[in-house]
Design a protein around this ligand. Structure first.
Ligand SMILES: [Zn+2]
Length: 397
């Protein structure tokens, strides 16, 4: 193990370069074409068996997949960044089936240990301020509107570094290692489709981490999490009737007003005595013209709760509000679920084991054995363990 620690240290420069490389070419969830291709290339050189596309995902179960136009745009950009030989890797990722699973069998009997890493970036424009290190040192995102501001470039790097270390020291291990590089963690969209494809079958232990989440200072390592908020993400579309605002306003059905009222009422949902809740209407677009009764409106909403029950409470209230305002304004509406996850805590047993481990690490990392470990908070590790019959009597790290 000392050898491995030394080797890990010797990889520092390479890992910094890898992290900055992925930082420079961010892609959003589902459309992580270039990112997946580059991860695949590296994993191949480490000798892993790879699974991709429909092998690791049920396409119909995907949530919050972007528009066809966004997909085409992302594909075009990926092709510009990749060499013609590398294009071939894109074939299997048709329609945004990105992400990859790598497995290494040591050939010796032992447990199957899975690690999960998310690979997508966030819809935000990275700073061009000279005080911002990526800009100053020339590794800022090469595109506006997308940036690795959630640290998933770091997660990819940790995953690739770990995969390399394990393959180099294959003889020191037993059992099987499975690396899950998952797209669309942002918006909690990517996990369900992978889960449904059975990617956790045979897994005995499941580990994951998130950089810089709750640690108050650089160098902190937080083992576990409690009270992670459950959440639901949904889009609402109102369907009204247009009419001339001066000539015949009574003939219209105002979708803009319905949406505006719904947004205000949602933000006024009562607090709950059992714990924290959240609501946000983050996008509201409506209308067609100054003198037209707005026939359409769109809202992007999310709720959160410290427990699944509290999140359900918020969601239910939102649904009641939508029903109410639609009647008031005589408009139709439709709701599309585009993401979400239940709440949960780290397994107490797992936490105990983690705390007993000597961890000579100096990383600004929050490590958790809970739902964040895999599948973007979809289930607690406990739930996953039960479902997939993963042992929880001991933790292997
Ligand atoms: Zn993140």
């Amino acid at each position: 193990m000392d050898n491995i620690a030394q080797r890990a240290k010797s990889l520092e420069k390479e890992l910094i370069e890898t992290r900055r490389f992925f930082h420079q070419h961010p892609e959003t969830g589902w459309f992580t074409f270039f990112t997946t291709a580059k991860i695949i290339e590296k994993l191949k050189t480490y000798g892993y068996t790879l699974k991709m596309g429909r092998e690791i995902m049920v396409p119909e179960a995907r949530q919050g997949v972007g528009s066809k136009e966004a997909l085409e745009e992302a594909l075009l950009r990926a092709k510009e960044l990749l060499s013609p030989e590398e294009y071939t890797l894109l074939d299997v990722m048709e329609d945004g089936l990105t992400g990859v699973i790598a497995e290494l069998d040591t050939g010796r009997e032992g447990p199957c240990i899975a690690f999960r890493f998310d690979i997508d970036a966030v819809d935000v424009t990275e700073s061009k301020d000279l005080a911002h290190r990526p800009f100053k040192e020339g590794f800022r995102a090469d595109i506006d509107g997308i940036a690795h501001t959630c640290g998933h470039d770091g997660h990819i790097t940790i995953g690739l570094g770990l995969a390399k270390l394990i393959s180099e020291h294959k003889e020191d291990f037993k059992g099987t290692f499975r690396f899950i590089f998952q797209t669309a963690e942002e918006g909690t969209r990517g996990a369900v489709a992978m889960e449904k494809a059975g990617i956790l079958k045979g897994v005995d232990y499941l580990l994951g981490a998130h950089i810089g989440f709750q640690s108050k200072k650089s160098g902190g390592l937080i083992c576990g999490v409690n009270n992670f908020l459950a959440t639901s993400k949904f889009d609402v579309t109102f369907h009204g009737t247009s009419a001339h605002a001066a000539g015949a306003p009574e003939e219209g059905a105002n979708a803009l007003l319905a949406a505006a009222e719904a947004a205000l009422l949602m933000h006024g949902i009562t607090r709950h005595s059992q714990g924290i809740t959240r609501i946000n209407v983050g996008v509201l677009k409506a209308g067609e013209g100054r003198n037209v009764i707005a026939p359409n409106a769109f809202m992007a909403c999310e709720t959160r709760g410290v427990t699944t029950e509290l999140n359900d409470f918020m969601k239910e209230k939102c649904m009641n509000i939508l029903e109410g305002v639609s009647k008031i304004h005589s408009v139709g509406y439709s709701v599309k679920d585009v993401g979400g996850t239940s709440g949960g805590d780290s397994s107490p047993l797992s936490l105990m084991c983690m705390k007993k481990q000597p961890l000579p690490l100096r990383l600004s990392t929050r490590m958790t054995l809970s739902k964040h470990a895999i599948l973007a908070h979809v289930k607690t590790l406990h739930t996953l363990c039960k479902r997939y019959k993963i042992k929880v009597d001991k933790v292997a790290i």
